[in-house]
Design a protein around this ligand. Structure first.
Ligand SMILES: CCCCC/C=C\C/C=C\CCCCCCCC(=O)SCCNC(=O)CCNC(=O)[C@H](O)C(C)(C)COP(=O)(O)OP(=O)(O)OC[C@H]1O[C@@H](n2cnc3c(N)ncnc32)[C@H](O)[C@@H]1OP(=O)(O)O
Ligand SMILES: CCCCCCCC/C=C\CCCCCCCC(=O)OC[C@@H](O)COP(=O)(O)O
Length: 329
């Protein structure tokens, strides 16, 4: 008896037609079971030995995680209504992801953000993986500005809206400018901070894109300082072009604040250039140490050890906080 099919194990040359169809059924079932076993095995082997398949599996897992978390958590977030406090849920949902991917996070200069004042954070934007870095350092009462398309991503959009994420339509400049001007007013009134990616889109090149000016107008209009944040290049562990996704280290450097008190809109172009230059310099230094890390037999946080130009720049005493150690932490 195989899966309820009463059948002889061996075909008999003198079998009746019903017995031979029974044998056929049994072979079908055996083949089906074989296939069911082989498919996961083939997937496992592909995952292990084919970098492209590995990449797509990891990206798919990332997206599924975000969708699952957004779906699970948005009813809880909805109980509170649209509130920046829901960002804590979003943060808790994304924090464990680094463990699955074996991404080690190093944070320098976190002490800069430990201030009661309101501010605008600007950071480079390499990939959706930036979310993992964001949640490492995002302060209380801080919301990102995101492209409007995210709002239409089902439960992800709903969860993002409930968390107070501010959406801009990049294809309607006036509308986007209005949203930013309104944000400048509400951030003071409702006491929240804002995180903007001034490149305006994802970029995995060796240098940062020219910066859009919205973040700087926002900081000037709200008369709050800007904290530039630089994510080290991902290229030793992630590349969407090369379909590469391995474990690795991401360093996040928080640069000293840039004041905007007394500045007006005419100062925005210069302010934008100053901040971009500081971030580009930090990114270039991190690129060098990122390559050194890759080749070193025993990487030892070169910036903490003072190796590499500009270590802990502007922080007085370079401070290094290692938030995670690989998957085992
Ligand atoms: C609860 C459980 C949850 C589980 C998980 C759920 C969800 C997780 C999913 C998501 C989480 C959030 C993820 C966040 C990350 C998202 C990242 C992004 O989407 S990045 C893309 C969107 N962001 C941006 O585009 C921001 C940067 N862009 C700008 O700031 C732009 O300036 C702009 C306002 C959009 C306008 O764009 P434009 O191309 O026209 O830019 P320019 O800078 O060239 O400006 C042209 C012109 O206008 C002047 N200007 C700009 N802004 C202003 C202003 N505010 N006031 C006055 N004038 C302004 C600017 O100076 C230029 O003029 P000039 O050349 O004369 O100087
Ligand atoms: C009912 C509709 C259902 C739709 C389901 C959609 C599923 C969406 C899948 C996964 C969600 C992951 C979202 C992570 C968002 C991360 C933020 C991000 O990195 O956005 C990119 C944006 O900064 C810049 O965009 P571009 O580089 O200009 O492009």
């Amino acid at each position: 008896m195989l899966l309820g099919i009463p059948c002889a194990i061996h075909p008999d040359p003198g079998l009746s037609s019903s017995a031979s169809s029974c044998w056929g059924n049994m072979m079908d079932v055996v083949l089906l079971h074989g296939l069911l076993l082989l498919l996961p095995l083939a997937a496992l082997l592909l995952y292990r030995y084919n970098a492209t398949f590995h990449y797509f599996c990891k990206v798919a897992f990332f997206n599924c995680w975000i969708i699952a978390m957004a779906t699970l958590l948005s009813p809880f977030a909805a109980l509170r209504g649209r509130s920046v406090e829901n960002m804590k849920l979003l943060r808790a949902a994304i924090l464990p992801l680094k463990h699955f991917y074996g991404i080690k996070m190093q944070v320098w200069g976190l002490e800069h953000l430990n201030t009661e004042e309101l501010y605008v954070i600007v950071s480079n934007h390499q990939a959706a993986l930036d979310l993992m870095g964001m949640v490492e350092i995002i302060p209380d009462r801080c919301v990102p500005i995101a492209k409007k398309e995210i709002l239409y991503m089902g439960t992800v959009g709903w969860a993002s809206w409930l968390s107070g994420i501010i959406f801009v339509d990049r294809y309607k400049r006036e509308d986007a400018i209005n949203v930013i001007s309104q944000t400048a007013r509400t951030m003071q009134r409702e006491k929240f901070r804002v995180w903007i990616f001034p490149e305006g889109t994802r970029n995995q090149d060796k240098s940062m894109l020219p910066f859009k000016r919205g973040a700087f107008h926002l900081a000037v209009q709200a008369q709050v300082p800007i904290f530039p944040v630089v994510f080290s290049p991902y290229w030793d562990f992630f590349s969407s072009k090369e379909k590469k996704f391995t474990s690795g280290t991401c360093t996040i450097q928080i640069l000293p604040k840039v004041e905007t008190q007394g500045l007006s809109s005419t100062d925005v172009p210069r302010l934008t250039d100053t901040v971009r230059q500081a971030m580009a310099d930090a990114f270039a230094e991190m690129s060098v140490s990122c390559c050194e890390d890759q080749s070193a037999e025993h990487p030892q946080h070169p910036h903490c050890a003072g190796v590499g130009a500009g270590a802990g720049r502007g922080t007085g005493s370079p401070q290094c906080e290692e938030n995670t150690t690989g998957t085992s932490n």
